[in-house]
Design a protein. Structure first.
Length: 556
């Protein structure tokens, strides 16, 4: 049984939709665990000062991960690994083993410096809540980027082998570690126990993939000159991408720093809503962009521009196909989703309503963020890592500026404040100013999408993409499905008061099923092509059939 499980995890997955659905399935599992984690945090601490400290503590480690660890990310490694593997089988494994040694040395030095400077850095990232307890937690979490960075280097090998199961299972274990920290370590060591749970999760993330990597056969160690040359080529590719990731972290740092001046719990509300929006974003945007990247890199290297464009268009169409209904349904069901997922223990009804309102603003950028991920990977596949950086800088600038402007308008204009609070039904809830940070984030993401998509069409000489019919069909079906879901909510609410978790699950579940079923029926009536392709891909996966290799990458 164990051998069968190991074989299943290490087998190859071919085809964009099949790979995307494998990644999406495990991403869903990982996100469900993340939601369990968030529910446990919410029920234990509520939207409180303590939980604000926990979320703020991630900012420095995550920034180091984005800036240092990602210099050796798999997206920069894959082109070099492809070239080495073509030159000699197993040569990429030798290179990766040497890269791991370099990474541990460099990351260890950087994390050590951050450890020493933590008392001076913490007041910069959270000026409103900095204290000694936060410094201690930050120091523990500095182990996280080291372990996750090493895991991502190893993941380059599993990606090259198309072992998407291994790549997809690792985040599940990361969340398992955090949950262990909440349940077992926090009662023993307090807030520091939560930090050690995160470190345990990162260690599990690495431990799953490491045995398969160590089992790979490799020739002798590369000469130092060859190793240095190849490593330099990786760094040249990755520096712009690393700066792109750093831009996103800088944006989050600034927004969190602003939230630290708001009422206690504001950071928690902001991060909870962002985490909830990350569920559909991971399932849709991350899954399709990750699944598409290896084939996009191969098609561009082969000079097959027509196939490259077709492949991008197929991925874009399916991102729109999934993200538009997801956006509408989340907006309609936001209160039920938040209350079911987070509404336990110390998490109050006011915190639920505020988080639901922030989620409604975050989710507006779902399609935009998903497409930005795909476009960025299309540029990476083409060896252009600078353009996504420029787009990210635009996004950061607009996000921060918009947040500042929105906060000022919200605080100074009674009309703006009343309009937004009434629209989102939070007029009687304190602390609504934090919603302006979520709105600024959404505006920044949509602006980044607009710039990146327009330049992508120009740079890849794509005259047109036939998306009009799809967007109309998907939006029309989603609006009708959303109206049906809202009607079911109103009907069940009129029948009786829904004030238990089970009642909310039944109400939200019935509304969601009715809404999604309506979306599917309307799309079927309209003859939607993406619905047919998705159902066909599911049937092949369930039936074990595999399309011919030459058509797999484009149409399946």
């Amino acid at each position: 049984m164990v051998r069968s499980l190991i074989t299943a995890m290490s087998r190859e997955v071919r085809g964009m939709h099949e790979a995307a659905y494998v990644l999406a399935a495990f991403a869903l599992g990982s996100q469900l665990l993340a939601l369990v984690r968030d529910r446990m945090l919410a029920s234990t601490f509520g939207a409180s000062h303590t939980l604000d400290l926990y979320y703020v503590a991630f900012r420095i480690p995550d920034f180091l991960f984005a800036t240092v660890a990602s210099l050796l990310s798999l997206y920069a490694l894959l082109p070099v690994l492809s070239r080495l593997e073509e030159k000699q089988k197993g040569l990429m494994v030798s290179f990766l083993r040497q890269v791991l040694v370099v990474f541990f040395i460099a990351m260890g030095v950087v994390a050590g410096v951050a450890f020493l400077l933590a008392p001076y850095l913490v007041p910069l990232i959270a000026p409103g809540i900095a204290n000694a307890e936060l410094v201690s937690l930050v120091r523990i979490l500095l182990l996280q980027p080291i372990l996750l960075g090493a895991s991502n280097i190893v993941a380059a090998c599993t990606q090259m082998r198309h072992q998407f199961f291994l790549y997809a299972i690792s985040p599940l274990l990361y969340n398992v570690g955090i949950i262990i920290g909440i349940v077992f370590l926090y009662p023993l060591w307090g807030l520091q126990g939560l930090g050690w749970g995160v470190v345990l999760g990162a260690l599990l993330h690495l431990s799953l993939q490491l045995p398969f990597f160590l089992k790979e056969k490799a020739p002798s160690t590369l000469p130092l000159r060859v190793m240095g040359k190849e490593l330099l080529s990786v760094l040249v590719l990755s520096v712009p991408r690393t700066l792109t990731l750093a831009a996103g972290q800088i944006s989050l740092l600034l927004l969190v720093a602003m939230a630290s001046y708001f009422m206690p719990g504001s950071i928690s509300i902001f991060m909870f809503a962002a985490s909830l929006q990350a569920v559909p974003l991971t399932i849709i945007g991350v899954s399709y962009s990750v699944a598409a990247f290896p084939t996009l890199a191969r098609l561009h290297a082969a000079g097959d521009r027509a196939a490259f464009v077709r492949y991008v268009e197929v991925a874009l169409r399916h991102i729109f196909f999934w993200s538009i209904p997801a956006t509408i349904m989340v907006i309609v069901l936001r209160a039920q989703l938040v209350r079911v997922i987070l509404g336990a223990g110390a998490f109050s009804w006011d915190a639920t309503r505020l988080t639901a309102a922030a989620l409604a603003l975050f989710i507006l950028a779902l399609a935009a963020q998903s497409i930005v991920m795909l476009v960025a990977r299309a540029y990476y596949a083409a060896g252009n890592t600078r353009k996504p950086l420029y787009f990210a800088l635009v996004g950061v600038g607009v996000t921060v500026l918009s947040a500042l402007v929105f906060v000022e308008l919200f605080l100074q204009s009674a009309f703006v404040r009343t309009f937004i609070e009434s629209l989102l039904r939070v007029a009687d809830v304190p602390g609504t100013v934090v919603l302006m940070l979520a709105l600024g984030s959404a505006v920044g993401a949509i602006t980044q999408f607009t710039f990146s998509f327009l330049f992508f069409m120009r740079d890849f000489q794509i005259s047109r993409l036939s998306m009009g019919a799809l967007i109309f069909q998907s939006f029309a079906a989603s609006v009708i499905g959303g109206a049906v879901a809202y009607a079911v909510l109103a009907l069940t609410g009129a029948v009786g008061t829904v004030n238990t978790t089970l009642g909310l699950v039944l109400q939200g579940g019935a509304s969601g099923v009715a809404g999604l079923a309506t979306v599917a029926v309307v799309l079927w009536i309209l003859g939607n092509q993406e619905l047919t392709e998705a159902l066909g891909s599911f049937r092949r996966r369930l039936g074990g059939a595999t399309p011919p290799l030459e058509t797999t990458d484009i149409s399946s």
